[in-house]
Write a protein that binds this ligand. Structure first.
Ligand code: MSP
Length: 630
């Protein structure tokens, strides 16, 4: 690792209060920053708020406030949350900070001077919510935004444009230069495909609202404000003093941007193009994480199901929350916040595997050795020690590749080795037979193991790991890490200290239930409930009327099984048997068999009902019998 490390979170829009998606981004960055510091790097960690743009202007207006007063309030909530969460940022930038505004104007000036910004006319569909223009082919039905689904509006303005198109080849060459530049790799491919399809120049000013950074004086065009994304992206360098006081710009040599998948295009295409235009080096890594849902549903303000990170941390403890978020979801994939999953993690991983191991060590150390344990270097646990050092050696690359869930999974193997060693060794029996030197050996082994584990876990659970280390009489710092993890050393003696259990078992959920209105609750089914219904395509090979019934037809339907099924269908008033024979239908194939007018029916044929009566639901084109409907 280079000696300098720069990590940035996205800067958050202030039109919404913080939810767990925001917390995830910030906690990921915090873990990266803490890990780099523990490895001896000099770190600059940036977070902050994105305060300009039409969306914020509108939100402020709706509350009868000035945009600045509104941004002060909500931006303040983000900052307070990160402070209460002990997020180890070095700067909390606001895009209304004067050094940032100056830097953005300077960037505009340079880009204009070198011919990358020019004036033109723009007409297009604009999504205010995403602050993005879309062309016709990208819009959803009815002109809705392909990202958020909200209606877009037609905007026609005289704008300044950035010549993104001029950077297509250089961007492609950049992506090709490093496979891990954009993580996860699947997203890197998406970006490459998008750029290969051709880039359009980007409109980088607006005249339809006022809440933004004005163009530099040299442009002499006071109607325009700078597009919020040009403004926002620049924060990554203005925060280091670019354009004003550049003394922190050295961190720019090793920059990692952590973002959500929805804003990858801005970071992987426009941002590097802006940097190229400014003749600045490019970031080393853009890591795009997935989205969090709650109990399988997208979180949103209107549904009222967004989860407050503060509420989760208050209910379960901040460090358990951090652990859960990083352990439960593979980086880059969407994650579901289910309270039960959080409880299971706390109980099994934290209370049981880790917490109990520490309690066992401290209990025995107290009981048998008055907390002072020293090993006589007996040939005990040599195999386990080798295994532990081998696991520890695999951890760093996983962290660097943003594979935190794998990192933690591997790390937990170390605790499992510890728990197994105690169970197999049965120290309580050894004490009875007077083999206390062997028991001391075990306890020294356990203390080393827990210390190595705590050193590796510390970036994710810093406070708990400090307490673990304290109870082992050691401090978590870069030299200890270097000795125990990098050089795989083992300490020969410890003076331990009592420590109340760190993780209590959780018996019942602690969060307030999601407020769904009663009607919605009654109608909603989960995807798992839906999946229970088996739907298949079948061909009607025979159809006849059921005697004395106008409604019922007796069908034999080929569902691709060995024997065709007999199904009674209530469509006789709308279809003659001969009109159905030889056609394809859609069938619920796992319905419990029932008898209708004396005939067994093993399935149900689907039909559509409206004011004209019933029509059969059918596949659009001829389809294999038995093909599933999903
Ligand atoms: N202001 C821009 C970012 C500018 S960076 C130069 C922005 N802000 S945001 O507040 O809308 O989103 C901030 C981050 O939160 C984004 O990375 C986004 O992906 C993330 N999340 C918002 N909702 C989320 C979830 N439900 N789950 C995970 N992260 C999500 O975009």
């Amino acid at each position: 690792m280079s000696d300098l490390f720069y990590v940035t979170s996205p800067i958050y829009y202030v039109n919404d209060v913080p939810h767990i998606g925001h917390a995830y981004s910030t906690i990921l960055c915090d873990a990266l920053a803490r890990n780099a510091r523990l490895r001896g790097a000099e770190v600059f960690f940036l977070t902050g708020t994105d305060e300009h743009g039409q969306k914020i202007e509108q939100a402020a207006k709706a509350r009868n406030e000035t945009p600045k007063a509104y941004a002060d309030k909500i931006g303040g909530e983000f900052k307070k949350l990160w402070d209460d969460f002990d997020i180890s940022y070095n700067r909390f930038i606001r895009t209304t900070d004067s050094d940032h505004e100056l830097g953005v104007q300077k960037a505009f000036e340079i880009m204009r001077a070198n011919g990358d910004i020019y004036k033109g006319e723009f007409e297009g569909q604009y999504c205010v919510s995403c602050e993005t223009f879309w062309n016709e082919s990208q819009l959803l039905e009815g002109g809705a935004c392909p990202d958020c689904g909200k209606p877009t509006e037609l905007l026609k303005e005289e704008n300044y444009f950035f010549r993104t198109s001029a950077y297509q080849d250089r961007l492609l060459a950049w992506y090709a230069s490093d496979e891990s530049l954009i993580l996860p790799k699947s997203r890197r491919n998406e970006v490459i495909r998008f750029v290969e399809n051709g880039l359009e120049d980007l409109s980088v000013t607006r005249t339809t609202f006022e809440w933004g950074i004005k163009l530099p004086k040299s442009a002499n065009d006071p109607k325009h404000v700078i597009y919020v994304w040009l403004d926002a992206l620049m924060n990554y360098v203005t925060a280091l003093g670019w354009g004003t006081d550049e003394h922190n710009m050295r961190f720019w040599s090793n920059a990692t941007h952590v973002i959500g998948k929805d804003i990858l295009r801005f970071h992987a295409i426009y941002w590097p193009a802006f940097l190229m235009s400014l003749n600045l080096p490019l970031p080393k890594r853009i890591a795009a994480h997935g989205w969090w849902t709650r109990d399988g549903a997208k979180m949103s303000k209107s549904k009222g199901n967004a989860i407050s990170p503060r509420e989760v941390a208050d209910a379960y403890g901040l460090e358990s929350f951090r652990y859960f978020m990083l352990r439960d979801v593979p980086f880059g994939q969407d994650g579901d916040f289910a309270e039960k999953a959080l409880i299971d993690r706390v109980n099994s991983d934290l209370a049981n595997d880790l917490g109990n191991l520490l309690n066992r060590l401290l209990g025995m150390a107290d009981r048998y050795f008055a907390f002072n344990v020293a090993a006589a270097d007996l040939p005990c646990f040599d195999e386990e020690k080798k295994q532990i050092d081998a696991i520890a050696a695999t951890l760093d690359p996983l962290f660097e590749a943003m594979q935190m869930h794998r990192y933690l999974e591997e790390l937990w193997k170390i605790f499992a080795i510890g728990n197994k060693a105690v169970n197999d060794f049965k120290p309580w029996e050894k004490m009875k037979t007077g083999a206390s030197d062997q028991v001391a050996e075990l306890l020294v082994f356990m203390a080393n193991l827990l210390l190595k584990g705590a050193l590796a876990l510390s970036p994710i659970m810093p406070k708990s790991c400090d307490l673990i280390a304290k109870s082992l009489g050691v401090t978590i710092d870069a030299p200890t890490r270097r000795s125990l993890i990098d050089r795989a050393e083992w300490i020969a003696s410890f003076t331990l200290a009592a420590q109340p259990p760190l993780f209590a078992r959780i018996d019942a959920p602690r969060l307030t239930e999601i407020p769904t209105n009663a009607e919605e609750k009654a109608n909603l089914i989960t995807i798992d409930e839906f999946k229970k219904v088996e739907l298949k395509i079948g061909s009607v090979i025979e159809a006849k009327r059921v005697e004395h019934s106008a409604k019922l037809l007796l069908l034999r339907v080929d569902l691709g099984e060995d024997v065709p099924r007999q199904i009674v269908a209530g469509v006789g008033e709308f279809y003659a048997p001969e009109a159905i024979e030889g056609t394809q239908v859609c069938v619920v194939s796992n319905l419990k068999p029932a008898k209708l007018m004396g005939f067994e029916s093993r399935g149900m044929v689907l039909a559509i009902e409206d004011k004209n009566g019933l029509r059969l639901a059918r596949p659009e084109t001829a389809t294999a019998n038995g093909a599933p409907i999903k």
